[in-house]
Unconditional design. Structure first.
Length: 294
C-alpha cells in the first residue's frame, strides 16, 4: 500500500517547485525507463506512463496529475505471446518424449530414460513453484529455465541426430547450460513472468504420465497405488493452474508502471485512482524481480 509520504493529496504549491528542465507534460512516454534517476520537480502532467519503470527514482515534488498509469499493451501482448511460445515448444517436446516412454516396463532398455523423464517433469512442475511460495521466485525461474533447456536439448538433439543417445545427452547438457544462462541474464520482469509457461507444461506432462499409469494400475486391481497415482494427478493438475496463474500475474505486473522503491514525498497524483496507484507500488516486489536479493 502507498504509505503516508505517498499521499496523493500532498500536491499544494507544486507548480512553484517544478524543474523546467524536466517538463514532460502531455508526452507519450510509454515503456520508458527512468529507473534510479533524479526526477525531483519533474512535470509528468497528462503523460502516458503505462509500462514505465520508475523503480528507485527520486520523484520528490514531481507532478503526475492526470497521468495514465497501468499495464503497457505492447509488453502485455509480447509477454503473453512469449509465454505461449515457450509453453508450446515445451509441450511439443514433452509430448514426443512422453509418448515414447508410455508402456515402458522395468527391464526395457528405455526404462532408465522413462524414469529420468518422470523425474525431470516432476521437479519442473513442483520445485519452482515451491521456491516461489517461499519467496525465492528468482531461483525457481532459474531452475525452470535449466530443466526446460534440458528437455529441449534432449528431445530436439535426439531428433536431429537420428536418436543417437550420446548426441542427445550432449545436446541435453548444452540445453541446460543455455537455459540457465538465459534465465540468469533476463532482467525484464514481464519476460521473466512468461517463463512460467514451461513450468505449467512440466506439471501438466507429469500429471498426464502419472494418470496413464494410475489407470493401468486400477484396471489391474492395484487399488492402493492407483489411488495414490490419482492423488498425484490432482496435485499436479493444481500446480499446472498455479503456474499459469503465476505466469499471467507476472506478465501483468511486469508490464505495469512501477514506482517500487521510488522516493515520492510531496509528489502530486491528482486524477489517479488509489487502487491503481497502489498496484504500481507493489508490482515488482510481488514478482520477485532482479531486485530480489534472496
Amino acid at each position: 500500500m502507498v504509505n503516508s509520504n505517498m499521499n496523493p493529496n500532498l500536491n499544494s504549491n507544486m507548480n512553484s517547485h517544478l524543474n523546467p528542465n524536466l517538463n514532460f507534460s502531455g508526452q507519450r512516454l510509454r515503456n520508458r525507463s527512468f529507473r534510479g534517476q533524479d526526477l525531483s520537480g519533474a512535470n509528468f502532467n497528462g503523460c502516458d506512463l503505462r509500462g514505465c519503470d520508475f523503480r528507485g527514482a527520486q520523484l520528490t515534488g514531481a507532478v503526475l496529475d492526470g497521468a495514465r498509469l497501468g499495464v503497457s499493451p505492447e509488453r502485455l501482448g509480447l509477454g503473453l505471446a512469449l509465454g505461449l511460445a515457450l509453453g508450446g515448444i515445451t509441450l511439443h517436446a514433452v509430448s514426443l518424449l512422453g509418448f515414447a516412454v508410455l508402456g515402458v516396463l522395468p527391464g526395457h532398455k528405455a526404462y532408465g530414460y522413462a524414469l529420468a523423464l518422470y523425474g525431470v517433469l516432476g521437479v519442473l512442475g513442483l520445485v519452482p513453484l515451491g521456491l516461489a511460495a517461499w519467496g525465492r521466485e528468482r531461483w525457481g525461474l532459474l531452475l525452470s529455465a535449466s530443466l526446460t533447456g534440458m528437455l529441449w536439448g534432449f528431445c530436439y538433439g535426439g531428433l536431429a541426430s537420428g536418436d543417437n543417445a550420446r548426441l542427445a545427452l550432449g545436446a541435453m547438457g548444452l540445453g541446460e547450460a543455455v537455459g540457465l544462462l538465459g534465465g540468469a541474464i533476463v532482467r525484464q520482469p514481464w519476460i521473466r513472468g512468461s517463463l512460467w509457461g514451461a513450468t505449467a507444461v512440466g506439471a501438466y506432462g507429469f500429471a498426464f504420465l502419472v494418470h496413464t499409469q494410475a489407470m493401468a494400475l486400477l484396471s489391474s486391481g492395484d487399488w492402493g497405488r492407483g489411488i495414490w497415482g490419482l492423488g498425484g494427478v490432482l496435485l499436479y493438475g493444481g500446480l499446472t493452474l498455479g503456474a499459469l496463474r503465476l505466469g499471467v500475474a507476472g506478465i501483468l505486473t511486469g508490464a505495469r508502471s512501477s514506482f517500487w522503491g521510488a522516493t515520492v514525498a510531496g509528489t502530486s497524483w491528482r486524477g489517479i485512482g488509489r487502487s491503481q496507484l497502489d498496484r504500481c507500488f507493489v508490482a515488482v516486489a510481488d514478482l520477485g524481480s532482479d531486485d530480489d536479493r534472496g
